[in-house]
Design a protein around this ligand. Structure first.
Ligand code: KDG
Length: 321
């Protein structure tokens, strides 16, 4: 049966063990189990917004792998291209902090997800995944995992472009996986091969040399989007004027992790529905705000109705024109 997904993504899906109470890891006795991974968060985000999305990846032949597949399937993500591997499912352990950034530990070296390779992409392509799709989304995490995973990203971009898909990249620089010096040339090269690049101000600076979208745009994509957290987002289309929107106000940030992936999902959904750049930024910001208002990387991802409610609660003159 051919895949009917409009959107394709690939990467490593992890199990996150998130401390139940705020405080340092050394004093965190209990953890709750969540499904995580930037591309999986993105995939669930799009599915909740009503879009068909296929996920390519590998999980371990263990209970955690089963949890991941059940969760993604339950959210409506196409999991036919998730292979089971004999390496273990990768883990991430995260403390929660009310003050300062929370520390993250990875137990993912040699994991099933990091063994994703170009053959996984070719197999999905052979089943028509790109021929049916309109959009491919990748992140800068996957190329940091292993040479084979990096090659998988390259192959996916090549096949998606051949099939006429729009391709987006979220820089997602993970300093626990590689240094800025290692990451920058790889992320620059990927940026030059995509249509839309997303990053935080710090990531834009590392990759493009400026904290605004202009440095990224100079690398060749059509759109560069800089996510600014509580300050909203700014973006620019090549040869267009910069566009900036405010964030949706959030009373209390319960868990900021996953907000960037939620933003990307909202942006891509809006573009697939014909929205212009401003609309896409606004939907992205509404999704990011929903994500931070719940604990877990994908727990707070909103439905279309929730996005509409949130956007109607923000006065329209609150948008920077
Ligand atoms: O963007 C959130 C992700 O960083 C998180 O879900 C886990 O993919 C992850 C990673 O590699 O840190």
């Amino acid at each position: 049966m051919p895949s009917m997904a409009e959107v394709v993504t690939l990467g490593e899906c992890l199990i996150a063990l998130v401390a139940e109470a705020p405080g340092p890891l050394a004093e965190s006795p209990t953890f709750s189990r969540h499904v995580a991974g930037a591309e999986a968060n993105f995939a669930v985000g799009l599915a909740r917004l009503g879009h068909g999305v296929a996920y390519i990846g590998r999980v371990g032949a263990d209970g955690f792998g089963t949890t991941i597949v059940r969760r993604l399937r339950g959210e409506g993500v196409e999991v036919r291209f998730v292979r089971t591997d004999d390496a273990p499912t990768g883990l991430m352990v995260r403390e929660r902090r009310t003050l300062g950034p929370a520390d993250v530990l990875y137990y993912r070296s040699g994991s099933a997800g990091s063994r994703l390779g170009p053959d996984d992409v070719d197999q999905a392509a052979g089943d028509g995944v790109f021929a049916q799709a309109r959009w491919l989304h990748v992140t800068g995490i996957t190329p940091a995992l292993a040479e084979t995973a990096r090659a998988a990203v390259g192959r996916a971009i090549e096949l998606a472009r051949e099939a006429g898909c729009t391709v987006s990249l979220d820089l997602n620089l993970r300093r626990r996986l590689w240094s800025d010096e290692q990451a920058a040339p790889v992320l620059r090269e990927l940026t030059s091969r995509v249509d839309v690049v997303f990053g935080g101000a710090d990531e834009a600076n590392v990759v493009g040399g400026t904290a605004d979208p202009d440095g990224l745009l100079a690398l060749g994509p059509r759109f560069a989007v800089v996510k600014l957290g509580i300050e909203g987002a700014q973006a620019r289309e090549s040869a267009g004027e910069p566009v900036r929107v405010r964030a949706v106000p959030v009373q209390s940030v319960l868990d900021p992790v996953g907000a960037g992936d939620a933003f990307c999902a909202g942006f891509v959904a809006a573009r697939l529905e014909g929205g212009d750049l401003r609309e896409a930024l606004e939907v992205g910001c509404a999704c990011g705000a929903s994500a931070v208002a719940a604990v877990g990387d994908l727990t707070g991802l909103p439905t279309r109705e929730e996005v509409a409610r949130l956007r109607s609660a923000v006065p329209s003159d609150d948008t920077i024109r």
